[in-house]
Design a protein. Structure first.
Length: 59
């Protein structure tokens, strides 16, 4: 889930940077890219993943 959010944030940062859109300091492309890196780090750390519980079904 965090990987998808990171991809969206990286794409938004790219659009802001490529189109040279003037934004305030909060929504600057670097800040959005850092949020994307945070989401990517959370994804790689295993946060927000699918529950991997053991199945109660016996073989």
């Amino acid at each position: 889930m965090f990987a998808i959010a990171a991809a969206v944030l990286f794409f938004l940062a790219f659009l802001i940077n490529a189109a040279d859109i003037a934004t305030n300091d909060v929504f600057a492309s670097v800040n959005i890219m850092l949020l994307g890196l945070t989401a990517l780090a959370l994804h790689l750390a295993g946060a927000g993943g699918w529950a991997r519980g053991r199945s109660s079904r016996r073989r």
